[in-house]
Design a protein around this ligand. Structure first.
Ligand SMILES: O=P(O)(O)OC[C@H]1O[C@H](OP(=O)(O)OP(=O)(O)O)[C@H](O)[C@@H]1O
Ligand SMILES: Nc1nc2[nH]cnc2c(=O)[nH]1
Length: 176
């Protein structure tokens, strides 16, 4: 068990399980994008670890870009998702959005809205972690690493109030 700020977290997803999920997504994308050069669009800050891991497993040509939005404060999602960094130069490109986690889907919905405005050629969504019980948006997720229950997690890019992103495995909030 670990303590971050005021909360306790228990080990939940191991390094090996994460590595396997990343490899699975990389090979699915490779199969679907043969002969193409997709742009991996990482959603900062959380997706940095997933983008780094996935891009090292991906053997085809690809470009890597980042966008930054923010919806979480503490352990609660807020509805107000704001675009902070633009997504320039994506017009006509095959974009794959890389998310560390899809929870309520508010962040994703905003990103999709932006991608449509940018007139990309195509886009797909890849997420390392997915909370099906929390997701109520319409868009289908194309590549899913690991489905998890609707409980707050930290590690492998995901933070609790700024801390925990550097943990190499994932921890789940321990209920009192
Ligand atoms: O599906 P949702 O409920 O919108 O939650 C998913 C988003 O929440 C986290 O980002 P956050 O807004 O916490 O910013 P961060 O990546 O900088 O930590 C995560 O990285 C996703 O982008
Ligand atoms: N750290 C963290 N960020 C999130 N953003 C959406 N869901 C989560 C979660 O479970 N943990």
């Amino acid at each position: 068990m670990i303590k971050i700020h005021d909360l306790f977290f228990k080990p939940f997803i191991s390094k090996q399980e994460i590595a396997e999920a990343v490899k699975k997504i990389a090979s699915q994308i490779e199969e679907d994008y043969q002969g193409k050069t997709p742009v991996f669009l990482g959603v900062l800050n959380g997706a940095f670890a997933f983008v780094a891991a996935l891009s090292k497993e991906y053997t085809g040509d690809c470009e890597i870009e980042f966008t930054k939005l923010s919806s979480y404060q503490g352990t609660q999602s807020t509805k107000a998702v704001q675009s902070l960094i633009g997504v320039e130069n994506l017009r006509g490109r095959d974009v794959i959005v890389l998310e560390d986690i899809v929870d309520t889907g508010h962040t994703l919905t905003k990103i999709i809205e932006i991608l449509k405005e940018e007139e990309v050629a195509s886009f797909k969504i890849a997420t390392l972690f997915y909370k099906p019980e929390a997701y109520h948006e319409a868009h289908t997720l194309d590549y899913i690493g690991i489905k998890i229950p609707n409980k707050f997690i930290v590690g492998f890019g995901l933070d609790y109030d700024g801390l925990g992103r550097n943990l190499p495995e994932v921890y789940q909030l321990k209920e009192k």
